[in-house]
Design a protein around this ligand. Structure first.
Ligand code: GLN
Length: 488
């Protein structure tokens, strides 16, 4: 029975037509959570009673056509503030922190009728690529429990792959929506910077962070983006650009004819695993069969994207993390003797190794003696990368590349080697540096491991509509993935 309910859009139709009750949909998701959660541990909190009660109440009132997510169960990455559930950021420091308000994007989801089922696990403060940096629990990949789900939105990705809800919200600073989506075989979209309000999204790299949908299909992502997009007076970087109807836009494009899709040389020349290579080549064939022309593209500075990203993200993180001083939020060390001692004990006890490493490197690259050599240089490289993309988009409508050089790796494989972990973002981070939209959709599974492989499409700023249209066609042209073992 669940199979028919798998997508948000098909369920929405059934709900609106009263073919099914919100209560039943919520109950099915909760049953799936009960069945799969012991094996994958994707959720940090579950609002079982509240969600069922809310669904009951909604059923009493009947479906509301003006609320596009009426009765749809969703989950939210635990870096986004929710007033009635803790928002831990996967950290000991915020383990018992419940914000006094909903992030505007959560408010919008609730107003649209979504039922929040709970919060998903993540790398501490969204710093990582495997969710192993969560201080609270280890999430496993539903395709193979010995492997990571990717990160930092690994909880959302694993949860979607196991059909625990009909849509999830992740965040992407350097790849954290697209990379776990690729590892878990789901769709993950990072919208244009400024498209979705960042207010109430706990900051990591403020000039890079963006929230976006993680779903089982492209139309589902479009339906969610419709709701969460738009200007927010509380976020001065949110855009006032009008929000198109992303979902109905999908019907306007039936193929990829007339589109030029650029293949950035610097990304396709990078070594990827044979499985990733094979799946991406098949995806390119599908792109061409759907009528698009694939053309070579050049992003001459993109190979420095990873280095520039890690300097800028760490610099911004070191400054953003200053607020966790034991005074204002969360954990305060009880044994401190005086103020400096309290700061030191609080931060060294409650923050994990990776977060501390980033605070130190970030502080270093911003320090008076090294600012010019590191931060300023990285900011200049960022501008060059931005210009590379602008130039490429003069020549083509969209760009296409792999998402990650290989499929999901085993738990423990890279956790002691930060540099290896940082290489997870070589195909994704440049998009964040340039503020552009990007989407990962499943391209197939590897012949050898059976693990999912994603393919990435990237668009010009505020080209989210075209990006979703093209992703939708490509998704229809590619083979549907089977259900992962832990999702059955
Ligand atoms: N893996 C990258 C990092 O560790 C990206 C994280 C993210 O996008 N939040 O910084």
């Amino acid at each position: 029975m669940y199979k028919d309910l798998r997508t948000l859009c098909s369920t929405r139709k059934l709900l609106q037509e009263k073919e099914i009750k919100a209560f039943e949909v919520v109950q099915e998701c909760l049953d799936n959570i009960k069945q799969t959660e012991p094996g994958i541990r994707a959720m940090l909190s579950i609002r079982e009673e509240q969600a069922l009660e809310q669904a009951r109440e909604m059923d009493r009132q009947g479906p509301d056509r003006d609320r596009p997510l009426w009765g749809i169960p969703m989950t939210i990455k635990d870096v986004i503030c929710t007033r009635d559930t803790p928002t831990t950021c996967g950290s000991r420091l915020l383990e018992n922190f419940t914000p006094g308000y909903d992030a505007p994007l959560v408010q919008r989801l609730r107003q649209a009728g979504a039922i929040i089922l709970g919060k998903t696990n993540m790398d501490e403060f969204a710093m990582g690529s495997s969710t192993e940096n969560s201080a609270l629990q280890t999430t496993r990949n539903p395709w193979d429990p010995s492997r990571v789900p990717g990160g930092s939105s690994g909880g959302s990705a694993a949860s979607m792959a196991a059909a625990q809800s009909l849509g999830s919200i992740g965040t992407d600073t350097g790849g954290s929506i697209r990379q776990p989506a690729s590892f878990c075989g789901v769709v993950g979209m990072k919208p244009t910077y400024g498209r979705v309000s960042r207010y109430g999204l706990v900051a990591f790299g403020s000039s890079l962070d963006q929230a976006g949908p993680m779903t089982s299909s492209v139309p589902d992502s479009a339906a969610i983006l419709n709701v969460i997009s738009g200007h927010d007076p509380l976020d001065s970087t949110s855009s006032t650009a009008p929000v198109p109807d992303y979902l109905s836009a999908l019907e306007k494009r039936k193929d990829l004819r007339g589109l030029r899709i650029g293949l950035p040389r610097q990304f396709w020349e990078k070594k990827t695993s044979p499985e990733v290579d094979a799946a991406c080549q098949k995806a390119l064939e599908a792109v061409r069969e759907a009528g698009a022309e694939t053309v070579p593209a050049d992003l001459p500075h993109a190979e420095h994207g990873g280095a520039a990203y890690y300097i800028i993200a760490m610099a911004e993180a070191s400054s953003n993390m200053a607020r966790y001083d034991g005074v204002r939020y969360g954990y305060r060390d009880p044994e401190a003797l005086e103020l400096m001692d309290m700061y030191r004990r609080t931060r060294s006890r409650a923050l994990g190794e990776e977060v501390q490493r980033r605070i130190m490197i970030g502080t270093y690259v911003l320090s008076a003696g090294y600012y010019d050599a590191y931060f300023k240089k990285a900011a200049q490289v960022r501008r060059l990368i931005h210009q590379d993309f602008m130039r490429a988009f003069k020549d083509c409508d969209l760009l296409c590349s792999p998402v990650v050089p290989h499929t999901a790796f085993r738990l423990g494989d890279k956790v002691d080697d930060p540099l290896q972990m940082y290489l997870m973002d070589i195909f994704t981070a440049s998009v964040n540096l340039a503020g552009l939209p990007g989407i990962s959709i499943p391209a197939g599974t590897g012949d050898e491991t059976g693990l999912p492989v994603g393919i990435q499409l990237m668009g010009p700023a505020f080209g989210d509509e075209l990006l979703l249209q093209a992703a939708n066609i490509l998704e229809q042209s590619l083979p549907a993935l089977p259900f992962p073992p832990a999702g059955q």
